[in-house]
Design a protein around this ligand. Structure first.
Ligand SMILES: NC(=O)c1ccc[n+]([C@@H]2O[C@H](COP(=O)([O-])OP(=O)(O)OC[C@H]3O[C@@H](n4cnc5c(N)ncnc54)[C@H](O)[C@@H]3O)[C@@H](O)[C@H]2O)c1
Length: 303
């Protein structure tokens, strides 16, 4: 397919571009910046620039969009809620309308586990009520609703993947896993503030990209929303033990404190996307950390 990837310079976008090309798709990647990488294959376009996006869509005969561009977490653009609304909601609306006008075959959206908010001990399925605890999470809910609306009113084949915490090369936001790897190489101890029982749902970026591709190529979409995670629910003491066993020189000090996304999300059910779209995560945390370390050593780091 001829696929437009937004957020093409980001964590998920970079992995997705590679994996789409390896699968034989033609990729047109856009972002507002290439972060100084000299990325000649990336087009610099803002998400809300309808004219520039439409020109590219026509030029490259785009027949599907995978929308990864966004202000990408509740920890980003703090104190600027209207910027989040503009980039995340208006940017998505522009792309949905372009997908409608150009009769695209598929619109795949990076939603987030943040749509659920603070759930507590209950298992999170796609039917769990959406109660975001951040403006970021609320923008994801709004975009999912827009996708629903475009699907029922205009027949647009849209789908939202509710993705857990993603780690891997080119991540720019704070990530303890990246810090552990970099600190180990530099002979430093990584200090991690955490509550010992708080559960994390980390997902390697290659698995996230493959889930998006599964949603792109699926013949039918039995549902509009799918949870996407690694299937591993791990506390920070468990994560630290895995990291120490797999990363030479890893030294981790857990200190009392809260995570920067403190929603309690204990169990995350990812069975539906497996049943409907045939996607399964491939990288457990121990393998994912080794892959991430190799990528950092190869210079594939964001900062
Ligand atoms: N990383 C995670 O843990 C995670 C988890 C769940 C969902 N998501 C979602 O997945 C998507 C991709 O996330 P990511 O981790 O790759 O984030 P990222 O920040 O690495 O990538 C997002 C990209 O969007 C671009 N962007 C921001 N504002 C823009 C604008 N106005 N116009 C054009 N481009 C703009 C950024 O430059 C960036 O390269 C986002 O929608 C994010 O909300 C991420």
């Amino acid at each position: 397919m001829n696929v437009l990837v937004t957020g093409g310079a980001g964590l998920i976008g970079m992995a997705l571009r590679e994996r789409l090309k390896a699968a034989g798709h033609c990729v047109t990647a856009v972002d507002v910046t290439d972060f100084g990488r000299g990325d000649t294959e990336l087009k610099i376009v803002a998400l809300t620039d309808r004219v520039a996006l439409e020109t590219l869509i026509e030029l490259d005969n785009i027949d599907a969009i995978i929308h990864c561009g966004a202000i990408s977490g509740p920890m980003m653009a703090k104190g600027q809620p209207l910027l989040l609304v503009d980039v995340n909601i208006n940017g998505t609306a522009v792309l949905l309308d372009l997908a409608r006008v150009h009769n695209m075959a598929r619109f795949v959206f990076c939603s987030s586990i943040s749509v659920y908010g603070d759930v507590g001990p209950a298992t999170i399925t796609e039917d769990t009520p959406l109660r975001p605890t951040s403006v970021y999470g609320a923008t994801k809910v709004a975009c999912e609703q827009l996708i629903q609306g475009f699907a029922s009113e205009y027949g647009l084949e849209g789908v939202s993947l509710r993705i857990g915490r993603v780690y891997g090369p080119y991540r720019r936001a704070n990530c303890y896993l990246g810090s552990i790897i970099r600190d180990a190489a530099a002979g430093r101890t990584t200090e991690i503030p955490c509550e010992p029982d708080f559960v994390y749902h980390y997902l390697h970026v290659d698995d996230a990209a493959d889930a998006l591709i599964a949603a792109l190529v699926a013949k039918t979409l039995p549902a509009r929303e799918y949870n996407v995670g690694s299937g591993e629910a791990l506390t920070m003491p468990q994560i630290a033990a895995i990291a120490k066993a797999g990363i030479a020189g890893a030294s981790i000090a857990l200190v009392p404190g809260a995570d920067d996304v403190p929603d309690v999300q204990t169990a995350f059910d990812i069975s539906k996307i497996g049943r409907d779209l045939g996607w399964q995560p491939k990288l457990r945390l121990d393998a994912g950390l080794k892959s991430y370390r190799a990528a950092i050593e190869a210079g594939k780091a964001a900062n």
